[in-house]
Write a protein that binds this ligand. Structure first.
Ligand SMILES: NC(=O)c1ccc[n+]([C@@H]2O[C@H](COP(=O)([O-])OP(=O)(O)OC[C@H]3O[C@@H](n4cnc5c(N)ncnc54)[C@H](OP(=O)(O)O)[C@@H]3O)[C@@H](O)[C@H]2O)c1
Length: 339
């Protein structure tokens, strides 16, 4: 039985990863903060360790005898710039330091993001592949890339694989819910900017399976710094289908059983809404979904990547069509009365 440690297990992707792990032969230990919601994970027989990835001391003892570490803890929105880096960069360093102190170094699978690689700009529309140069545009993306660079430095002492998903959706996801909601209520889908932009998505259950395969047989980051193959140890995770944001809205509408009207929004309006989000977040002292950082991403270009390497090397599969997975997600939202 493999002993596994999960950070970010109390989040959306973490829930599905722990569920998938619990179906195999794994003893699961999960990092949880005082405020984390641990109830949904109770059925999976998880052992919880209280700690915060920003506090190195709080995770030091959590990893004894662990063979695999899944590092999902991350901040996707924050009120201040430093908070992205405290979690996504320094938190990664704290965790890898704790891994180094283990008697036998565990395998580490780090969930980064397509945001770390950056958007596809210009006319080519060739999806990002693992060896593509990285040009993140948002603080979130820059901080995730900083976390990746930390991991690259530790690769000489630890076997590390990095998985970069596109937009992840599925049951329990609150972010995509905010895209479904306006369509469900009004039949209107707002598209930021006038240029057509395309997106890569991945269903959360397919991603969870890929993470487990990456731990078992994934290529690792080069142990000797920069001298490995470009992109070695990295995998993108996404459907092959890359709808435009307008098409995605229509697909969501179809999944909801609604006709959808797509309305483009001028960039100055997008920035104004983002500014309003920033002010609201600062007043409430809680980051909102659409901020300056998200506007940067929304207007930057297409967010598309190819998962061909993960398919070839790890047998990554997306067995159910994107539209059907969107339908499945809607059914869950309705059953949970989130919609
Ligand atoms: N969702 C997507 O579309 C997407 C796409 C690409 C990459 N990713 C990456 O996937 C990972 C998981 O994302 P998600 O969508 O599952 O996000 P999520 O639902 O917001 O979950 C984030 C997780 O990180 C934990 N966390 C945050 N700050 C922490 C800290 N200081 N110490 C310990 N744990 C902390 C949270 O704990 P609490 O429960 O205590 O809040 C939660 O378990 C992130 O690293 C994210 O960058 C997500």
């Amino acid at each position: 039985m493999a002993k596994v440690f999960v950070t970010g297990g109390t989040g959306f992707i973490g829930y599905h990863l722990i569920k998938a792990l619990s179906e195999g032969d794994h003893e699961i230990r999960c990092l949880a903060r005082k405020t984390s919601r641990i109830e949904p994970l109770r059925p999976f027989g998880v052992q919880f360790v209280q700690g915060d990835i920003r506090d190195a001391d709080s995770i030091t003892g959590a990893l004894s005898d662990v063979q695999i570490v899944f590092h999902l803890a991350g901040t996707t929105r924050a009120l201040r710039r430093e908070e992205f880096f405290r979690v996504n960069e320094h938190g990664t360093r704290h965790l890898l330091d704790a891994c180094l102190r283990c008697k036998a170094p565990p395998v580490v699978v780090f969930v980064s993001s397509l945001a770390a690689a950056g958007p596809v700009v210009g006319r080519s529309l060739a999806p990002k592949v693992e060896e593509s140069p990285c040009h993140p545009v948002s603080l979130y993306g820059i901080s995730k890339r900083a976390g990746e660079k930390v991991a690259e430095k530790y690769a000489k002492d630890l076997p590390i694989t990095i998985v970069r998903p596109g937009i992840v959706f599925g049951e329990w996801d609150k972010d995509c819910l905010e895209m479904f909601r306006p369509i469900a209520r009004t039949g209107i889908h707002l598209v930021p900017g006038y240029r057509r932009k395309y997106y890569s998505l991945v269903y959360v259950g397919d991603l969870a399976n890929l993470l487990i395969r990456a731990a078992e047989q994934g290529e690792r980051l080069p142990a000797n710094g920069q001298s490995g193959q470009p992109g070695q140890g990295y995998y993108f995770a996404a459907y092959e289908e890359t709808p435009s944001y307008a098409q995605l809205g229509k697909m969501m509408g179809e999944a909801l059983g609604r006709r959808t009207l797509v309305i483009p929004v001028a960039p100055p309006v997008v920035w104004t809404v983002a500014l309003f989000g920033e002010i609201t977040g600062q007043l409430r002292k809680r980051p909102v979904l659409f901020t300056w950082d998200k506007a940067r991403e929304a207007l930057a270009g297409s967010w598309i990547c190819s998962a061909a390497k993960a398919r070839r090397q790890l047998g990554f599969e997306t067995p159910i069509a994107l539209l059907d997975r969107l339908r499945q997600t809607v059914a869950w939202y309705r059953q949970a009365q989130w919609l």
